[in-house]
Design a protein around this ligand. Structure first.
Ligand SMILES: Cc1cc2nc3c(=O)[nH]c(=O)nc-3n(C[C@H](O)[C@H](O)[C@H](O)COP(=O)(O)O)c2cc1C
Length: 259
């Protein structure tokens, strides 16, 4: 073989060796870091649950504060808690995709564009020292303009007054639909009412709530320049607080039939 040919052979061998070493390093790192990534994701979810309920104290650890939160699984149709399943092992997103753990949502009811709804969902309860329900935090999700928004809505113990709302994952445009993360907009939610005479009445408006609106308690300002995300939030909030979502559970809690 000529000197040029040998040189080329060495270059190719070194390049292939380098590729092999790099791919082993990258895949080993991915495998080793997976548990840490998962732990961070879980911690972030807990932080968002506390934040939605207005309970996050940044001077304390999230884990310590989350000890006051009781995680339960609820049968959405029955509106009753399900025992015998470990909530830590229950993956609600996976359940929503699994035909054995979910059902197709009829198009006319699929306002949040979910396609399927899981049979069981996670809920988070905060109780007083005496063990009485103080807040309930519900996972909510639905389509905005570009993406599915995932978040939590917290209600007071009456199952009607909003304690807070927040989204922890979405792909809406920063400065437009991404203003769902703006603390000023989120501060409009606490104190709003969900039901009026048992009817689902909460609405996110296009524009601002009129100053003299008789319905102001049930209305939240929309995001300016982001009507489509606003409509998405309105749809998903109304879906999850309606009959297909958590209303059966909230009705049972109000009637004292579950605790
Ligand atoms: C690059 C780009 C990104 C946009 N992102 C969003 C968005 O995240 N959410 C949204 O509702 N509208 C978004 N819009 C605007 C929508 O296309 C639409 O004009 C808007 O929702 C209408 O709202 P308005 O009636 O309040 O003006 C975006 C527009 C552009 C050009």
């Amino acid at each position: 073989m000529s000197a040029n040919g040998e040189g080329l052979g060495r270059v190719v061998t070194v390049a292939l060796g380098l590729c092999l070493v790099c791919s082993v390093v990258v895949s080993t790192a991915a495998v080793l870091l997976k548990p840490a990534q998962q732990a961070n994701k879980t911690l972030d979810l807990k932080r968002n649950i506390l934040m939605a309920a207005g309970l996050l104290d940044t001077s304390k650890s999230v884990e310590e504060q989350f000890e006051q939160v009781e995680t339960r699984i609820v049968d959405l149709d029955q509106g009753r808690f399900v025992d015998g399943i470990d909530p830590a092992a229950f993956d609600q997103r996976e359940a929503a995709k699994d035909p054995n753990q979910s059902r197709a949502i009829p198009t006319d009811k699929d306002v949040a564009k979910l396609v399927r709804r899981e049979d069981q969902a996670l809920v988070y309860l905060v109780r007083t020292q005496a063990g009485v329900l103080d807040k309930i935090i519900l996972p909510i999700r639905g389509y905005g303009l570009w993406s599915t928004l995932y978040g939590f809505m917290a209600l007071e113990s009456d199952g009607n007054t909003v304690a807070g709302l927040g989204f922890y994952e979405h792909g809406e445009t920063p400065g437009l639909g991404g203003e769902v993360d703006n603390p000023r907009w989120k501060s409009l939610w606490p104190g709003k009412q969900v039901y009026r005479d048992d009817q689902l009445s909460i609405q996110v408006l296009k524009g601002s709530v009129p100053a003299a609106s008789d319905n102001a308690k049930w209305q939240v300002d929309g995001l300016s320049g982001a009507t489509l995300t606003t409509k998405g939030v309105d749809n998903l909030v109304r879906y999850w607080l309606g009959d297909e979502g958590f209303k059966p559970l909230l009705d049972n809690l109000r009637r004292g039939e579950v605790s």
